[in-house]
Ligand binder design. Structure first.
Ligand code: HEM
Length: 330
């Protein structure tokens, strides 16, 4: 860790909070990033019996089903149309998980979160690049290029733009994979996690006008399932912890199934669905809501430890849930 790291990350967190306030335009603030939520839903994470040894960590050691809240989002701090290219997010919150948690003051909470985006690595090596990009992007696409050139210089700007242009542009969030993109501790080793859809993926509407409409229609017509997988650390060169821009190669570090995520059929337009969505929108999803055996790793994760706390304070997010409120049928 660089000696000035904490101070720098505190500055980044304050900067993101200032943007969060600005984006609120005097109204109630949304999240500093991932402001636009598509859907808040509930489901179960099913841990199978007999996982092999390196995967039998924390609650993955025993077969069990865990209640889960899920939030799908766009990455921007502004509420933009889904046609605008952006990172897509999927956040999970498991409820009832025992063990001491990492966030100071929340050690006794019973939640474990995992946060994913739709790309397996980020274009950014570290939080300095990440926050510089967010800063350059605040004034919209017209000023992005000159701002990037001013910050990163021509060579790095070109590489960043290439990476950003090659990002997949999903028309449904139920049919493509999601990745933690950053590593976390997995007991004695480290891992990156992925959620890979395993059919059925609900009704194919084709005509949905938004990512939300697509997900709501699919969930109304049937359950959605994903395989939660772990890609294990090999060595610092192949699977670096600190450089978030390096894709961990699947031929050297294949994914292994840890659990299944199932979102049962649910009608989010029903009275109880509306209530559930309001509840999820107010929650705080944070990779640091975690047990020690699943501690987030690397500089990007350490920057997040401060940034999420500030964003949550600014928008007065709900406290960690103790229980899952079951969605009534219909
Ligand atoms: C690859 C790395 C990252 C991933 C996978 C990721 C993923 C996500 C996701 C899925 C959300 C939405 C959570 C929700 O639905 O409530 C989120 C929110 C957020 N992210 Fe990240 N993120 C990453 C990196 C970062 C970094 C480096 C920072 C800042 C230094 C950051 C700052 C934030 C903030 C402030 C929020 C809003 C928190 C809240 O108010 O609840 N993220 N992120």
């Amino acid at each position: 860790m660089a000696p000035d790291e904490t101070e720098r990350f505190e500055r980044y967190a304050s900067e993101l909070r200032a943007l969060q306030k600005k984006n609120a335009r005097g109204g109630p603030p949304s999240r500093a990033l991932h402001a636009k939520g598509h859907v808040g839903a509930q489901g179960e994470l099913l841990v199978p019996a007999g996982l092999p040894e390196p995967l039998r960590v924390a609650f993955f050691a025993e077969p069990r089903s865990w209640p889960v809240y899920v939030r799908f989002s766009n990455g921007s701090g502004r509420h933009q149309h889904d046609r605008t290219p952006d990172v897509r997010g999927m956040a999970l919150k498991l409820v009832g998980v025992p063990g001491r948690k990492l966030i100071p003051g929340l050690e006794d909470k019973r939640t474990q979160d995992f946060l994913f985006i739709h790309t397996p690595s980020t274009p950014f090596r570290d939080p300095d690049e990440f926050v510089s990009f967010v800063r350059a992007n605040t004034t919209g696409p017209a000023l992005l290029l000159p701002r990037l050139l001013g910050t990163f210089g021509p060579g790095r700007t070109l590489r960043l733009l290439k990476r950003l242009a090659s990002m997949p542009k999903p028309t449904s969030l139920a049919t493509g994979p999601f990745y933690t993109a950053l590593p976390l501790r997995l007991g004695a080793t480290a891992a990156k996690l992925a959620l890979v859809p395993v059919g059925p993926s609900g009704a194919v509407t084709g005509s949905a006008s938004s990512l939300r409409e697509d997900l709501v229609a699919r969930l109304r017509s049937g359950p959605l399932s994903w395989s939660l997988r772990a890609q294990l650390f090999v060595d610092e060169r192949t699977t670096p912890i600190e450089d978030a821009s390096v894709l961990w190669p699947e031929d050297r570090a294949p994914f292994h199934e840890l659990a299944r995520l199932v979102l049962p059929q649910q009608d989010l337009t029903s009275a109880s669905g509306v209530k559930l969505e309001e509840q999820v929108e107010r929650m705080s999803f944070d990779p640091w809501h975690a047990v020690e055996e699943l501690r987030p790793l690397g500089a990007m994760m350490r920057a997040r430890a401060i940034a999420y706390r500030e964003s949550v304070l600014e928008r007065q997010a709900a406290p960690e849930p103790e229980d899952v409120v079951k969605l009534a049928a219909g």
